[in-house]
Design a protein around this ligand. Structure first.
Ligand SMILES: [Cu+2]
Length: 153
């Protein structure tokens, strides 16, 4: 009995820590890609409710591999994707990851993800903060820059 109560205490503590989080992630989705696609894009809105700037430094998942943080940049009419070591989320501000801008880029898993699938990705911020996010796979018929060849550094 004592052991059960102790376990419940731990659960309650974790729940409290998460609800007190200064970082909120919403609208998380991954674009459904054709089976031949090697890379897929992930998108979301990251809100920083704190008074300090935070930096997204890493994304990890058990379901998808090689997640990189990218930004599509436009130079002289050409779009290319540039890997980001970090993305600043200024204090009391939201940053939107969307097609043609900041995005997560990851290896397309086999078998391919289908619309409606859920993918857990952990976003890691500076100072060790981690936020677990559920991404929903959705269809999007629009052409965008995520399908362009990668720029490697
Ligand atoms: Cu990319």
């Amino acid at each position: 009995m004592r052991r059960v109560l102790a376990s419940l205490g731990i659960v309650a503590t974790i729940a409290f820590t998460q609800s007190a989080h200064a970082i909120e992630v919403s609208g998380a989705w991954i674009r459904e890609a054709p089976p031949s696609a090697r890379m897929i894009g992930g998108f979301m809105v990251i809100r920083n409710n704190s008074k300090q700037d935070v930096f997204l430094v890493r994304a990890q998942s058990k379901r998808v591999e090689h997640i990189e943080i990218h930004r599509t940049v436009h130079e002289e009419g050409m779009a290319r994707m540039v890997r980001q070591n970090e993305v600043k989320i200024p204090a009391n501000t939201s940053v939107t990851f969307k097609p043609g801008d900041y995005h997560l880029m990851m290896a397309a898993p086999k078998p391919p993800l289908k619309a409606g699938d859920k993918v857990n990705i952990t976003l890691e911020f500076n100072e060790g903060e981690k936020v677990d996010v559920v991404y929903t796979v959705k269809k999007m018929k629009m052409m965008n820059h995520d399908e362009m060849p990668h720029h490697h550094h």
